[in-house]
Design a binder for this molecule. Structure first.
Ligand SMILES: *Cc1c(COP(=O)(O)O)cnc(C)c1O
Length: 255
């Protein structure tokens, strides 16, 4: 049955392609509806598909469906996946907590690091960007559930710098070789005054972004919103939404 196996394999791939295409269409519909409701043009919002826990074969199908921006949150998973997909016209965003000992690897494939939250990480990113001769985009991850002067690493494992720390960190990034300050990012807070109020948190992030743009006009990216709350993010003014589950399905494990 020499012909059986490849055909079965192709059928599986076709099913997955159809599933991803359907999910993409639904997400696209949600984004354009949210844009229309907010009086925003659809092209103001970029979809980043978060492919964590899903295989490189899915990334390939997504690329065929027109996806150009993908995100991952763990280097040990992202590095081999990005290598397998090196022939595809993709920009890889790193959105997870980043340890300085992983920076060398991440700088090899990421175009944008969205989780920049401390000067030590900036120093490490700058050094590696210069070493590999690439410019790395940086977003400052803002945490709305941490005390001023701390970062999220002290209270949980989600990362981020308190709003009060954004301006100072922006100067460090802007003054670092090999790095480009692209904007701000947040994850809806689970604790603190914004817990359960993601719309308000995203609006606050947009305010922080406009303060930042007063001194760094090119830092226009506002990355907010996931599968459950992309409408709130678009309404608040996000320029980038990071969607995993709604495109790829419910993850087999937390990631
Ligand atoms: C996993 C993840 C997402 C996507 O979340 P979904 O709820 O699956 O859409 C977005 N941002 C970050 C930082 C993530 O880790």
């Amino acid at each position: 049955m020499a012909r059986g196996r490849p055909r079965r394999g192709c059928a599986v791939t076709e099913d997955r392609r159809t599933q991803l295409a359907d999910n993409m269409a639904r997400v696209e519909d949600r984004i354009s509806t949210a844009c229309a409701k907010a009086g925003r043009s659809r092209d103001e919002v970029t979809l980043i598909v978060v492919t964590k826990t899903y295989p490189a074969s899915d990334v390939r199908l997504l690329a065929e469906l027109g996806v150009r921006q993908v995100a991952e949150n763990r280097d040990q998973e992202a590095a081999p996946k990005a290598a397998e997909c090196a022939d595809l016209p993709l920009t890889w965003h790193f959105v997870g907590q980043l340890q300085t000992n992983k920076v060398r690897s991440v700088a090899g494939y990421a175009g944008v690091v969205q989780s920049v939250d401390r000067p030590r990480l900036v120093t490490a990113l700058s050094k590696e960007a210069v070493r590999v001769g690439r410019e790395l985009g940086c977003l400052i991850q803002v945490a709305f559930d941490v005390e001023s002067g701390q970062n999220g690493r002290m209270v949980g494992d989600r990362g981020g710098v308190a709003p009060e720390g954004v301006a100072e960190l922006a100067e460090v990034i802007a003054g670092s070789q090999g790095l480009r300050l692209d904007g701000v990012m947040t994850v809806a807070p689970l604790a603190g005054p914004y817990a359960g109020r993601q719309r308000a948190a995203f609006e606050r992030l947009v305010e922080i972004s406009s303060d930042l743009r007063a001194t760094h006009p090119a830092a226009t990216m506002v990355s907010a919103g996931m599968s459950a709350d992309l409408e709130d993010a678009v309404a608040a003014g996000a320029t980038h939404v990071r969607i995993g589950t709604a495109v790829l399905g419910v993850r087999p494990r937390l990631g």
